[in-house]
Write a protein that binds this ligand. Structure first.
Ligand code: PLP
Length: 425
């Protein structure tokens, strides 16, 4: 494969990308014969592992019989996925499903549903959505507006809505912001249960989400939980909110729902949220490719694999192993400020100096990721704002103990090599 062909086919400037030809389990294969240990399941997506036959079989069957069907009509594949989710995955009150084509779309749709819910009830002043620092909810202008990932917002600020941001770890701060903004103007609060890409698996205190739930109920605000990264078993429970016994009004998912085999996202909500829309005859506008048959059929099969192989339980067990390994290897490392996470979503925060908190402003992350790739290992870059340098670990749930050991070994080597390469900040 020539450099020219790659350069012509990709519009993102930067170093020449790897040419991936396939994968199996925790490994990706390159055209020049390398086997890359995928310590992040791509973008924390490949929950059931690479190269499985089941999704391909489900896709072939769906395409055989399929016809394009507008998203507001039912098909067997859509119904089957919605039924499996309701019966075996979602909190029981989240009975309504809307399928889209990815995480950004699911958050965008959730924001619209929240606003439409209030206007349908005549509560037209409620339009603000409180986001949090740090957070990431997608790359569209709407989702960048409700999130606070400074590097991903950089340069786009004039085009974004100026929406209020609360603290991602301090529920008292959220309460104060609600009061300051006038609660009767607030439509929703959106929160990742664990801040993934922006916060390097930043886990809030135990009472944070329950308090958000309570505040939302008290003030008539809808709680949207963004489980695009944390959902579908990633944290060792079906959804991260399950760890906290919290049920949001709207839960959004993506990534692991399709396991990386198909583009899909979902908005899952309650009868109470949807009924006012139905009463006034309001519809939620769809995207042309929302909930395609092939995406729904493959996702249904991916979830079946997870159930048959008890992969959520495995994410909990292997996540605990990875956490222990990371703590053992990095708790005393001079450039590691924190090791954290839940299940197979683990993260570390890196600094230049643990005493002073001096940092590399993102440069260390980029260098560590590059060093790991030279060692045939993929680790996901994370961090923004108050977490300038971080790494995310999110391997497939089928990962072995030996693969986790190698991942941690490469991480330590790569941090040391990166610090030696870039020197003092
Ligand atoms: N929400 C969260 C929490 C995410 O982590 C991401 C992607 O990383 C998104 C939304 C956007 O999802 P997508 O990249 O599928 O549009």
């Amino acid at each position: 494969m020539t450099t020219n062909r790659l350069a012509a086919s990709l519009f993102v400037p930067g170093p020449e990308p790897l040419l991936i030809t396939g994968g199996e389990g925790s490994y990706l294969f390159t055209a020049d014969g390398r086997r890359i240990l995928d310590g992040a399941g791509g973008a924390v997506v490949a929950n059931i592992g690479h190269g499985r036959p089941e999704p391909a079989q489900a896709a072939a069957a769906a395409l055989e019989g399929g016809a394009y069907t507008i998203p507001v009509w039912a098909t067997e594949a859509r119904l089957a996925l919605a039924e499996r989710l309701r019966e075996s995955w979602l909190p029981p009150t989240l009975t309504r499903s809307l399928f889209v084509s990815g995480g950004t779309e699911s958050v965008e749709a959730a924001l619209r549903v929240a606003r439409q819910h209030h206007t349908a009830r005549g509560d037209v002043d409620r339009w603000k959505v409180i986001g949090r620092s740090v957070s990431y909810h997608g790359a569209s202008l709407g989702t960048l507006s409700v999130a606070n990932h400074d590097r991903r917002r950089a340069g786009l600020e004039p085009m974004l809505l100026n929406l209020p941001k609360a603290d991602a770890l301090d529920a008292d701060n959220v309460h104060k912001l609600i009061e300051a903004e006038d609660p009767s103007t607030i439509a929703a609060i959106i929160a990742e249960p664990i801040s993934g890409a922006s916060g390097a698996a930043l886990v809030p205190p135990e009472d944070y989400l329950p308090r958000l739930r309570e505040l939302c109920t008290t003030y008539g605000i809808l709680l949207i939980c963004d489980e695009v990264m944390t959902g579908f078993g990633r944290t060792g429970a079906r959804f991260a909110v399950d760890h906290y016994d919290v049920v949001p009004d709207i839960l959004v998912g993506g990534k692991g729902l399709g396991g990386g085999y198909v583009p899909i996202g979902g908005v899952f909500t309650t009868d109470a949220v949807v009924e006012p829309l139905a009463e006034v005859g309001a519809t939620v506008m769809y995207y042309t490719f929302s909930g395609s048959d092939v995406a729904c059929a493959v996702s249904n099969r991916v979830l079946q694999v997870m159930e048959d192989e008890q992969l959520v339980e495995r994410a909990a067990t292997m996540g605990a192993r990875l956490s222990t390994m990371l703590h053992d290897a990095l708790d005393d490392h001079p450039n590691v400020a924190d090791v954290r996470g839940l299940g197979l979503l683990q993260g570390i925060e890196m600094v230049a100096d643990r005493e002073t908190g001096a940092n590399y402003g993102g440069r260390l992350t980029a260098e560590v990721v590059a060093q790991a790739l030279e060692r045939d290992t993929w680790i996901y870059p994370a961090g923004s704002g108050p977490v300038p340098d971080g790494l995310l670990f999110g391997p497939p749930f089928t990962v072995s103990e030996a693969e986790l050991e190698r991942l941690v070994e490469v991480t330590v080597e790569s941090i040391d090599a990166a610090v030696a390469t870039i020197g003092k900040p």
